[in-house]
Design a protein around this ligand. Structure first.
Ligand SMILES: [Mn+2]
Length: 427
């Protein structure tokens, strides 16, 4: 983390400009009769997005990987990186772990480190898409859906072990993403694979504590390219219905075919009270894991419009959604990418909070398509950056997190400390 004085000094030259912009926008919103600036800032400060441990190192493609140096080599160093992000933006108070990449070796020490940084473990993520050294059975032909009972038993057992690690660290969410599927027509019996998956998930669900949530993530293709056992939200939803109330659907922005109406999926799942988790990233073609909001900021705004609409509707009974950034690529400094992603997420959220909702509902009731769209445009085209910056400032962070990170030459410090060729575990 940065010394408090250094953060203060980095903000100092920006304060006068920021205050002028913030007050100007506040006046503008007041004249428009929109939500007040202070109320939006308070809601932005409440919004927390978890950081996954695997996003702290450089990602890669199957063609190569170009690490930038200073990557976290241990769970402790991963927590230190998230602590820095949270210091700079006040919006990253949780970390998601991946088992077996992040098995805690010093539980008391890890809990202490988390508490000191104001962080918590958000979710535990299982991994049955790779074989681990010394593993008895292979996942080459699937895990929870495997035709081999011994493979399924091993995969179920791994998930139950994940619950144990999570419990030690105070997590309450377990995420299952299945790579299971097939590459060729006829390879897999669709109904059989679904039935086996439901039975395996039932065994995991039965091991779940009553205060935990099981998130079921879907993905249309990759790593299997003909069929995936859980390809869409409908399949996740059906599995949740079969399992029980503690099972919830996890929507990952990149896990959709191009042009899918993801905002409608978000609205539909909240209507059913089954939207349990949301993974943010950016996508041009598929599961590209680019910076959230870098390609389709209007879509991100429309998604937040649905989230805000449901949150403000007393008839919607959806549990609190676990938000996480699930991105990792080859090009940017991962910490800069996560700061940018969080900034884009908060920007979209702020815009959604500015939508004149009673007017929008009246326009929808009157089938006034032009007015309804204009009301969304009014909110989307508002430059809300002063609101996001004010949220950072009130949380004790940096007015411009990426600029502060750069000026503090933090990456150079990490490289000096961890080495140029430090490799984040699991990647
Ligand atoms: Mn995901």
């Amino acid at each position: 983390m940065l010394p408090a004085q250094q953060l203060h000094d980095l903000n100092a030259p920006l304060v006068a400009d920021h205050e002028a912009n913030y007050h100007h926008l506040g006046d503008q919103l007041n004249r428009r009769g929109a939500a007040g600036a202070a109320s939006v800032v308070a809601q932005l400060r409440q919004f927390q997005v978890a950081i996954p441990s695997w996003a702290l190192g450089t990602g890669g493609t199957r063609f190569g990987r170009f690490p930038g140096g200073g990557e976290p080599r241990s769970l402790e160093e991963k927590i230190a990186d998230v602590a820095l992000l949270h210091q700079l933006n006040g919006s990253s108070n949780a970390i998601s772990l991946h088992i077996p990449w992040d098995i805690p070796t010093d539980v008391a020490g890890t809990r202490q480190q988390l508490a000191a940084a104001g962080l918590r473990i958000d979710s535990i993520n299982s991994n049955t898409f790779q074989d681990q050294p010394g593993q008895a059975q292979t996942y080459k032909f699937g895990s929870l859906a495997s035709t081999d009972a011994a493979v399924r038993a091993q995969a179920v057992q791994h998930n139950i072990e994940c619950l144990g690690y999570g419990q030690q660290l105070g997590a309450q969410v377990h995420t299952v993403w299945l790579a299971d599927g097939s590459n060729f027509p006829g390879q897999q019996h669709f109904r059989g694979a679904y039935q086996r998956t439901q039975e395996s998930l039932t065994a995991i669900y039965e091991a779940l504590s009553s205060d935990w949530t099981l998130l079921i993530e879907y993905k249309p293709y990759e790593p299997n390219f003909y069929s995936m056992v859980i390809p869409d939200w409908g399949t996740s939803y059906a599995l949740c219905q079969a399992l029980g109330q503690q099972a919830q659907v996890l929507v990952d922005l990149g896990h959709h075919l191009p042009n899918t109406n993801i905002e409608q999926i978000a609205g539909r799942l909240q209507h059913f009270g089954r939207l349990g988790g949301f993974h943010f990233n950016g996508s041009m073609y598929g599961d590209d894991d680019l910076t959230t909001g870098s390609i389709k900021p209007f879509q991100l705004f429309l998604i937040f419009n649905e989230l805000v609409d449901s949150a403000q509707d007393a008839t919607v009974h959806n549990p609190a959604v676990a938000y996480m950034i699930d991105a990792s690529h080859n090009t940017k400094d991962p910490l800069e990418d996560l700061l940018q992603s969080t900034d884009n997420i908060l920007t979209a959220y702020a815009k959604a909070l500015l939508v004149d909702r009673p007017a929008l509902q009246a326009a929808q009731a009157a089938n006034d398509a032009a007015l309804a769209e204009d009301l969304l445009r009014d909110a989307f085209l508002t430059d809300v950056r002063p609101l996001v910056a004010e949220a950072y400032r009130q949380s004790g962070g940096a007015l411009r997190p990426v600029a502060a990170y750069r000026q503090a030459t933090h990456r150079a410090g990490l490289i000096a400390q961890r080495g140029r060729h430090a490799l984040a575990t699991g990647l």
